[in-house]
Design a binder for this molecule. Structure first.
Ligand SMILES: [Fe+2]
Length: 259
């Protein structure tokens, strides 16, 4: 099974570039996972943007710490199995933290966990993954979106899944790391990177974030505009384990200078 994992789609430029990229490559992959939690102006995922990602070829869209920033997302999570939020949210949270799909290439489960370091308090992601891995019984591949801030926590979650999942791919910090590897058959990457304007402060206009660091009162942040890059990873599976992982950066045509 060939898997494409697209990193955090940020605002209109991220959506535009991701849709263009997926139009080009979607036929080469059996499963496409897209982190969409920053697609709506940086904060959450509105229904129309979820639909745009689905229409572009995303089989599963994942969320994160911004899961409920858009009021309609709770309802959307109850309506579709193609959108998931973190598995370790408290009991009673709308939607699924893991979804099993029967695709033409076979059965696969996609899950997401949220880290607890420098993020809001949350249930234990390690125990949530243990319960999931045990319930699945290693019968088919498991792809995990590890949405966390601290590199140390992502590394340890990656090792926690080593030999027990097909892939543990980091999201949330928005800068692609160069540490892709296979650990006991589990593809690992600390952060897949952001799909959006790279000449920015992790997606927001850098001049406005600069003002936030240096002045009071400070302006609101708005997503940077301009040429966007899709950050992704391509993972080749052999049964329930990974054979290879490759990082991708695909930049759309256009002016480099951000606005
Ligand atoms: Fe995030």
């Amino acid at each position: 099974m060939r898997v494409l994992f697209v990193g955090d789609v940020f605002g209109t430029p991220g959506l535009r570039a991701t849709r263009a990229y997926l139009r080009e490559v979607r036929d080469r992959f059996d499963l496409i996972v897209v982190n969409g939690e920053n697609a709506t102006g940086g904060f959450g995922l509105a229904r129309k943007h979820f639909q745009q990602l689905r229409d572009a070829g995303a089989d599963v869209v994942t969320l994160g710490n911004h899961s409920f920033d858009q009021p309609e997302t709770a309802e959307l999570l109850e309506e579709t199995r193609h959108l998931i939020r973190p598995l370790n949210y408290p009991p009673g949270t709308p939607g699924l933290g893991a979804v099993t799909l029967d695709l033409p290439a076979g059965r696969v489960t996609v899950a997401q966990v949220l880290g607890r370091i420098f993020l809001e308090p949350m249930d234990d992601p390690f125990r949530a993954l243990d319960d999931l891995v045990e319930a699945l019984g290693d019968e088919h591949p498991l792809i995990v979106d590890v949405h966390a801030e601290a590199t140390s926590e992502k590394k340890v979650l990656g090792w926690h899944l080593a030999g027990r999942a097909a892939a543990a791919i980091g999201t949330h910090t928005h800068v692609q790391t160069a540490d892709e590897t296979i650990q006991r058959g589990t593809a690992y990457l600390t952060d897949v990177g952001m799909s959006g304007v790279q000449a920015s402060s992790i997606g927001m206009r850098y001049d406005e974030v600069h003002a936030r660091f240096t002045r009071k009162p400070s302006p609101r942040w708005r997503p940077a505009q301009g040429r966007a890059t899709v950050c992704a990873a391509e993972i080749e599976l052999d049964g329930t384990r990974a054979r290879a992982i490759r990082r991708i950066q695909w930049t759309e045509e256009g002016d480099e200078e951000p606005r």
